[in-house]
Design a protein around this ligand. Sequence first.
Ligand SMILES: *[C@@H]1O[C@H](CO)[C@@H](O)[C@H](O)[C@H]1NC(C)=O
Ligand SMILES: *[C@@H]1O[C@H](CO)[C@@H](O)[C@H](O)[C@H]1NC(C)=O
Ligand SMILES: *[C@@H]1O[C@H](CO)[C@@H](O)[C@H](O)[C@H]1NC(C)=O
Ligand SMILES: *[C@@H]1O[C@H](CO)[C@@H](O)[C@H](O)[C@H]1NC(C)=O
Ligand SMILES: *[C@@H]1O[C@H](CO)[C@@H](O)[C@H](O)[C@H]1NC(C)=O
Length: 946
Amino acid sequence: MFSQFVLMCVYLTHTCVSAHSLPPDKVVPFHIIKTRSIDLNNAYGLAMESRLDKVVEPTGYRLELEPYLEDGVFKGHVRINVTWLQESDEITVHSAHEIEITNSEVKAHIPADSLVSYRKDLQKIGVKRMSPDPKKPIVMLRLEKPVPAGSTGRLEFSFNGNLETGTTEAFFKTTYTTEQEVERMVAATQLRPNNARRMFPCFDEPGYKTPFELSVVRPRTMVALSNTPVARSEDITGEPNAVWDHFERTPPMSTFTLGLVIADLKQLGNSTIYKDDTGNEIELRVWGRPEFLQALEGVNEKLSRVFEEIATFWQVPLPLRRLDIVALPNYQGVKPADNWGLIVFKESDLSSRGYLQLAQELSYQWLGAFTTPAWWSDAHVNKALVGYLAAEIAFKINNGSEMEGKWPMTVLYSLYYEFSKRYPHSRITGMKQETACTKIELLFRMFNYTLGGDTFKRGLRKFIEDKRFKTFTGEDIWCSLSSAAVNDSKIPKEVSVKTIATSWIDKDRLPLISVKRNHDSNTAVLTQKVYLRERPHDVPDAARMLWWAPIVIARSDKLDFNDVAPIAWMKDRELKIPNMPGKDSFIIVNPEEIAPFPVNYEEENWNLLSAYLQSDKRVLIPELTRAKLLHDAWNLAYAGELSFATAFNMTLFLRQERHHLVWDPVFTMIDHIGRHICQCIHEKFQAYVRILLSPLYEELIKDVREDEENWRKNLRGLTKTFLCQAGYKPCIQEAQEQYSKWMQAKNPDEGNPISNQYICPVFKWGSQKEWEFGLQRVINFPPSRKQSERTYLLKTLAGCPVDEYKINRLLNITVLEGNGNFTETDIFLIFSMLTGGSQGYTTLFNFLSNNWDVLKEKFASKTNLWDNLITSATSQFTTQAGLDLVSNLYVAHQGEFGSAEHIIEKSMRNIREEAKWSAENLPVIEKWLDGYLAGSDVKDDQFIKN
Ligand SMILES: *[C@@H]1O[C@H](CO)[C@@H](O)[C@H](O)[C@H]1NC(C)=O
Ligand SMILES: *[C@@H]1O[C@H](CO)[C@@H](O)[C@H](O)[C@H]1NC(C)=O
Ligand SMILES: *[C@@H]1O[C@H](CO)[C@@H](O)[C@H](O)[C@H]1NC(C)=O
Ligand SMILES: *[C@@H]1O[C@H](CO)[C@@H](O)[C@H](O)[C@H]1NC(C)=O
Ligand SMILES: *[C@@H]1O[C@H](CO)[C@@H](O)[C@H](O)[C@H]1NC(C)=O
């Protein structure tokens, strides 16, 4: 079909267009939707995409589109101005296989034979053959003769395509139903990241930035929006219901930033005119379907607020006269479509509270559209910078209430966990890119602190000045920051921002910096090494890893958390710092998590910190730093770098602490330690948890309001969950009372009348009868009900109890008796839930030992289940006693493990490692807990003990 050379009518004449148009009644609303910024997971696949041959480069597009919404098809014509970069008789362009090219033509100004001057007229160059690449969305035109380098000319294509209806990608349509039950259509585009080729033949790479002149046929009753305002609209002879909209020529831009929306839209209120100090103006408009405008109330104000912040940050005005923000009905994209000058949101995204997403999308207008990552491999730096700026701006506008004030804590802590694993990202590859991006976001934050906000801004402004209408690489950003920093004397001349950044980017690890103070000389020696939390700490290149770390120090003799200029950039293994305070003053290295690394101190400094945090002066240390001290101490103890007694000492201040940010990491830590310690000291640990949490909880339940902040709600919920788990009586009684309603229900299998939060406490602390009732509900679960409810019940039945009887009963029924109400998936789920606590996996282990022969036979042909059983039953032990159990089983059944032979061997290796940890730490933990519980004046009669 591609080689057909049916000469169609010349694209631009309107008579011709209408001749090919459908009858007017067929031209109904389209919906056009676009998608979003460069998606990262996608971007990494895209980085490998094959590039077009650089034979010609485009210098301008004239694109006409005629969508027929009802029929779901479109016709188009594109004329692409090009310049030949090299002599060739071949040209390749992007064009998806779904696009049917009905005609193609090439014209050029060719230099006359042996003359230097170029002929003035455009000369038609015959196309010998047009061949689509069978594997790639690329079409090759073979010309009759070679065209010399330096020639200019144009390519023309007429084409047909189908509007996408299954996804919201490329050029697509969707429908929605109004409150009056009228069905409406929307046509829209989502050309990111490389979908322009699914709408028209083009040079679909971000580096080709050219102006676009777009003309579109739309139904007269609908609105068409694109990157620029409509220059003029034009009637179509014989088609009273359709109109041509001719949009103004755009500034030079990449294909993927082209956008179009055709829908029944109305503008919300009036436009806002934003005028900057130098007199540049841009009109900001918000659009939605008429019924939805009410829900968008306030968006104009939000938009102008955020726009002002971002425009002020950049100072370089966008070369646009107008920016439209659209809430598009039935838009399915995960993220908004941020075309240049036209951002398309899901309705619920635009009407929601908060500023972060809007700030992100507006930032992409500068970083992404105005200047663009040169290739998809550079997209993550773009995303990171946008992410950082948007977070700062949203935070500033919203006074910290965005994300409950937890930025950057949440992302930072997950980096700490991921990068300190033995094998970072071993499970999910998509996560690797996300964490890499998060890390770079935090590096921008680090430079904002360490270079100072003014220098940081100057560097970025210079960057955007230099790169507008162009593309950039990550290197360009670092270089601009570097020049600004050197100019302002913010870093030593021999240091470059790029070198610093690279030392963090090039490895999936973070450093741990340890501080050793010398009070005779008032110095401190800092050493860096790779931070590893999971054992064994056997990373091959560990000895060679070094980071450029900014050393910022807060000290109690001159407490000042605003002074964040680094006193040094550490790049070697060791660094000596002079002029430290005397031995009665603490120091805090890396306050406010300026750079993403944990810090360890000697016991003395930790104890000074612990004492200070327990005093009223605690609040002089900002929350994020208080949280860091606590978080570092616990994790370093967990990593084996610090005594648990010191780490537990660092939690003493929590009885007075009320700030939710400081509490945030506590729950994760309780969970980690709770899982890791043996049954032998579990009860003491639970008593500690109860004493720690109950004052906070009792205060939080005094004051419950409808309109309270989210963080209060969440903190109360978490505290309650953890107290319940630790046996807090009022909570368990409440749960049992609620649960009894279900037990008394006439038809308990029709539905569960109680909230999920009550189930686990009842299964854990309640009677066998209560648990058995739950088991029967799973067995009798009607197929008509939502299966996720059954799964939740089964998970809690297996995962919550600490009572061996309940666990054995579940295993007897599901595994030994092979009750047909349970599937293999259920059994997998049960095994995996039992690994969550020592009672669970110990009982599973005993179950395995006691029923060895039966199980072996049962699972003879189910290798997956068998392997999973061996993993779940053996891998979680952490003590010498556990190692003995597993080793004895291994010896007793040597040669019988089959496929799981290597699994149990691996379990034993790991337990050996963990047992060392336990041998060192459990006695310390127990001793500290004993001392604490003995000294505690808290009544413990509010608790059930197990
Ligand atoms: C293409 O080139 C022609 C001739 O130079 C020019 O008139 C036209 O405006 C260009 N089109 C675009 C879209 O840049
Ligand atoms: C919009 O502008 C008009 C005229 O300038 C004014 O009368 C009207 O009150 C404005 N509407 C809103 C919602 O601000
Ligand atoms: C814990 O704190 C107490 C004082 O509250 C102190 O005596 C003890 O030495 C500290 N333990 C460690 C290991 O730092
Ligand atoms: C599970 O089965 C074993 C062996 O059949 C039996 O001895 C044990 O009592 C059962 N346990 C429970 C809780 O049902
Ligand atoms: C489900 O369990 C009930 C009660 O234990 C039993 O009677 C029934 O046979 C089981 N259903 C199947 C399909 O095994």
